[in-house]
Design a protein around this ligand. Structure first.
Ligand code: SF4
Ligand code: SF4
Length: 362
């Protein structure tokens, strides 16, 4: 994914696609579900997946509603994998059991993200550790795919400290965590309280850093936690696509109707146009997956500056960067200053070798 994203800005890196808008839960803050829609017919979903493949999409994620309500989700996952595309899934976890996890294994699912809002169910959300803890154990036991737990922090959730409890449980089972911030109906930041900010930072701090981990190094969330805007280019409609249940392409789940073009009619010209389009909602946007995709382009366009931003100290704005040793070494190898001719030759050789290793160049 990373290598392809570096080689070309003209394909979608990540597409979220909705196979069914219906959900088995009813979280108070959510505007992405109903309680009655039928699943999108499998043949139609396959047409959409084929179109995403033709556009060169690298990752396709099922979101909803609750995607596990689609009766032929595994067949859809197989279709994605047959195209050589990474298949991932966002779920509330309620419908998981050992049999379903094994069938997702067999279908070739690459990654699953399970979102948890609190420890015990309340009036706002039933996506609770108490109700899905057994599902987490089953995932730890049977899943052959990666599991990420999204620990949600936000205005409408009563006890911010519960997100940390959720994160600790996820870590104890060996899962990765990400922190989601609840947004308003257009994707914008709802101001966090001091307690919520501290919890968000504690979860980002809590894990040992892994190489290029967005969990730990996420400048977008650091700024948002402080109530500060982000200066970035959202590539919704281009590098990131949101495909609703009606098969229309939107910038994201919170900006429907822009551009609102059927996926089957979506072309590279649309991708190019939206790559350049300015999104007025960008400054206080909380949509983490679109931030992460934008970081790839930012890295492709200005690698040294992006790394400096990525690893900037979170504690004090002007303190030295916290770049891990491995990243320092790779920066030295692959991003030499322009005047260093010998290192440039070494870089070219290493780059060619890496591209061959990934099967992207003979
Ligand atoms: S489980 Fe997810 S899709 Fe369903 S209502 Fe809650 S947030 Fe929305
Ligand atoms: S900046 Fe992009 S991802 Fe964020 S709300 Fe706007 S269109 Fe959606």
């Amino acid at each position: 994914m990373f290598t392809q994203a570096m080689l070309s800005p003209r394909h979608p890196v990540l597409a979220h696609i909705v196979p069914v808008r219906r959900c088995n839960l009813a979280c108070v803050y959510c505007n992405e579900y109903d309680n009655h829609s039928d699943p999108v017919p499998t043949s139609e979903m396959i047409r959409r997946i084929d179109r995403l493949a033709a556009l060169g999409t690298t990752i396709i994620t099922f979101s909803g509603g609750e995607p596990l309500l689609h009766p032929e989700l595994e067949a859809l996952i197989r279709t994605i994998r047959n195209h050589g595309i990474i298949a991932t899934l966002i779920t509330n976890g309620y419908l998981l059991n050992a049999t379903r996890i094994k069938s997702l294994n067999e279908a070739g699912l690459d990654q699953l993200q399970l979102s948890i809002d609190n420890v015990t169910p309340d009036d706002v959300s039933q996506k609770s550790l108490k109700t899905v803890d057994r599902k987490l154990e089953l995932l730890a036991q049977w899943a052959k795919f990666d599991v990420d737990v999204n620990c949600v922090v936000g205005a409408s959730l009563c006890n911010p400290g519960e997100a940390l409890t959720v994160a600790r449980r996820a870590w104890s089972l060996g899962f990765n965590t990400i922190v989601g911030i609840i947004h308003d109906g257009s994707g914008q930041l709802l101001p966090l309280t001091d307690d919520q900010r501290k919890v968000l930072e504690a979860i980002m701090e809590g894990r040992e850093p892994t190489f290029l981990s967005f969990t730990r190094y996420n400048p977008f969330q650091v700024n948002l936690a402080r109530g500060m805007p982000n200066d970035w280019r959202c590539r919704g409609g281009s590098r990131y696509l949101y495909i609703c249940e009606n098969g229309l392409v939107h910038w994201c789940s919170q900006q429907r109707g822009k551009p609102g073009i059927p996926l089957l009619d979506y072309t590279r010209e649309h991708l190019d146009r939206e790559f350049k389009s300015i999104k007025p909602c960008a400054r206080y946007c909380t949509i983490g997956c679109v931030h992460r995709v934008a970081l790839l382009d930012s890295f492709r366009e200005a690698p040294r500056e992006t790394l400096a931003r990525l690893f900037a100290s979170r504690r004090e704005p002007n303190a030295p960067t916290e770049m891990p040793l491995a990243v320092k070494l790779l920066t030295w190898l692959f991003l030499p200053p322009k005047q260093d001719g010998r290192r440039k030759m070494l870089t070219q050789l290493l780059t060619r070798g890496a591209l061959r290793l990934f099967g992207l160049r003979r």
